[in-house]
Write a protein that binds this ligand. Sequence first.
Ligand SMILES: [Zn+2]
Length: 471
Amino acid sequence: MQGIYAKGTYTPKGRTEALDLQALSRILAENRQPQVLEDAWTGWHAVGRPMRSDFTEYVRLANAGARELGFADTGVLWRSKYDMPANDFAHEVERLWSELRPLYRSLHAYVRTRLRERYGPKLVPDRGPIPIHLLGNMWAQSWENLAADMAPPGTQPSYDLTEVLRSRATQPIDMVRFAERFFVSMGLDPLPSTFWERSMFVRPPGREVVCHASAWDLDYVADLRIKMCIEITGEDFRTLHHELGHNYYQRAYAGQPFLFRDSAHDGFHEAIGDTIGLSVTPEYLVKVGLLARAPPAEADLGLLLRTALEKVAFLPFGLVVDQWRWRVFSGDISPEDYNQSWWEMRERYQGVRPPTERREDEFDPGAKFHVAANVPYMRYFLAHILQFQFHRALARTIESQGPLHRTSIYGSRQAGERLATVLAMGASRDWRDALEALTGERAMSAEGLLEYFRPLQRWLDEQNRGEAVGW
Ligand SMILES: [Zn+2]
């Protein structure tokens, strides 16, 4: 299945060369002609079709293995890693989602209205799900590529990090240094010299490599590396903070017994670097010399909207990939309903629909890497919530007075110490102990995320007045 996915290409109508996922994704990000978008979307999704029988067999085998290990099915096995009964964990993620749903619905309604203005009511009716190919991303898991279309006049973000970095002729290695400097500013050690010698920062000439950014801990002690094809963009600037978050975690728990050299739960591993990324505020960019001065408060809505199009839009997708697989593994969804149930759930959670009718001989879940490659996905949903919970707690640690989206923990030893304590615990304790050490709370909470976006939520609700909300 991974091989089919990796080799997937499609030749769009009217073109002669076959395009890979990256090129097709660029069409979805940049093009605004519905037929072109639909063609690229449908073309890529054909990649799932030949996986269908393999996937059915894989579910059978995975379940057989899970049962031999004493679990009811593979979904239960996956949910067993959260220090609570598997079904309690399923309820826990539903609880978190129910807290976040109103904010997502507000964003969804606002985006639908703007898309209706652009594409007309025939394609985008004033109620009902949004056609997925219009959202700027193959899976509609981030709507960030619509940021310029969504911001009404006067609320544009007042700077573009990509332009700032390029205007300063920033090099890939400089980008890594910026990220490292953030951790060092909080009192953590610089990365070892082997990190700089052995990492892959740019695409090497003359050979094929996997460019998808990743962080590695080769010997489970100190051989930390990243593998990435760094481009000079704001997105990669933030991605580097994310990847180094993994490396700093890996180094911090290297003192634990081998089996505890892991994060408190998998959502923690993904959340640490993103927490640092939330501190990449205008004020931080001023401090490190990338911006001359921070934009005024009027710029906040544009900045918040851009972040929400990335991180709030992601939430229901982050939830649905494994909600669907859990039901597949438990037998609640049978092979003859794979595709129909996938779209039912995507509509229920995300409020999106495919551009054309999808039939049962298609296998659209396989058009997402983590399904084809058998990688659990719930960690990303958890990380999107935890990073705001962590950020809020660390903002309180440094007694920040400003709003959360203008708070940076850059340079705070106090925040660094708190973080370091939790990282060093690794997986040696119940994750609730780790959470408590960092935040003082023993339950995951959506409150940090909601507080962060509260000014935006208020503004969205004003914009949505008189419009249908929900689908
Ligand atoms: Zn990651």
